[in-house]
Write a protein that binds this ligand. Structure first.
Ligand code: CA
Length: 240
């Protein structure tokens, strides 16, 4: 279906049903898929061949997904989409902080998975040409560092701009306060995580239609914040 060569995806998942369903759907959407049912096998395959994306289940027998992504990060920058169980809230943030690029909580729809896969592949395919971020009527020019919503310019401080950009880069994913502090304020910033809350509040005043009922930047209790793109950002795939 695509003119470009097929993207190669390595799927590491121990649950037979999930692995088979994902493999089938990904193949139907034009991807070349290799599968592994254990962490050991997956790591060996990741090292033996080049892949454009790895979809990795967090809970695996033997080497778990977390150890695997850490091992992988020593030697490769291949994008990793982590699959986590709904039960564990911590999985979500641990996944990202270990070096995964995005995660998806089970159960998820196939449309959701395919959207994440496309986003990750697009992000890594042309990272150097990326000079703007858009979501619905919200636009960030990463070169001039100007932000606008619905054509109206938003007067963001440099920190607010960086914070919003970081959230938008991981649209749909929950970012912990610690992770945001680290990425936006920097390693050497010894502040409290409450600093993040304060800046999120200021940011909401500037970008949300109703700051008391934020839609773009959502609070995930006990975890952190998630950017939700406004509707009609891009066409969604049908549910499989
Ligand atoms: Ca599993």
């Amino acid at each position: 279906m695509a003119k470009q060569p097929k993207s190669r995806i390595l799927l590491i998942e121990d649950e037979d049903d999930v692995r088979k369903t994902l493999r089938l759907n990904l193949k139907e959407h034009g991807y070349k898929v290799s599968v592994a049912a254990t962490g050991v096998e997956g790591l060996a395959m990741a090292r033996a061949e080049t892949h454009d994306l790895i979809i990795l289940d967090l809970m695996l027998p033997g080497i778990d997904g977390l150890s695997l992504v850490r091992a992988l990060r020593q030697e490769s920058q291949v994008p990793v989409l982590m699959l986590t169980a709904r039960s564990s809230e911590m999985d979500k943030i641990i996944g990202l902080e270990s070096g995964a690029d995005d995660y998806l909580t089970k159960p998820f729809s196939m449309g959701e998975l395919l959207a994440r896969v496309r986003a990750l592949l697009r992000r890594t395919r042309a990272p150097e040409t990326r000079d703007e971020l858009s979501a619905g009527d919200l636009h960030l020019d990463l070169v001039s560092r100007r932000a606008a919503r619905g054509g109206r310019s938003l007067n963001l401080s440099p920190l607010e701009f960086s914070l919003l950009a970081e959230l938008m880069r991981h649209s749909g994913a929950v970012l912990s306060r610690d992770l945001l502090l680290n990425r936006v304020w920097g390693d050497d910033f010894f502040g409290e995580t409450r600093t993040v809350d304060v800046h999120v509040r200021w940011l909401r005043e500037k970008i949300e239609e109703d700051p008391s009922q934020p839609r773009l930047i959502q609070t995930v209790r006990g975890v952190g914040y998630r950017f939700e793109a406004p509707a009609a950002d891009e066409p969604e795939d049908e549910e499989a």
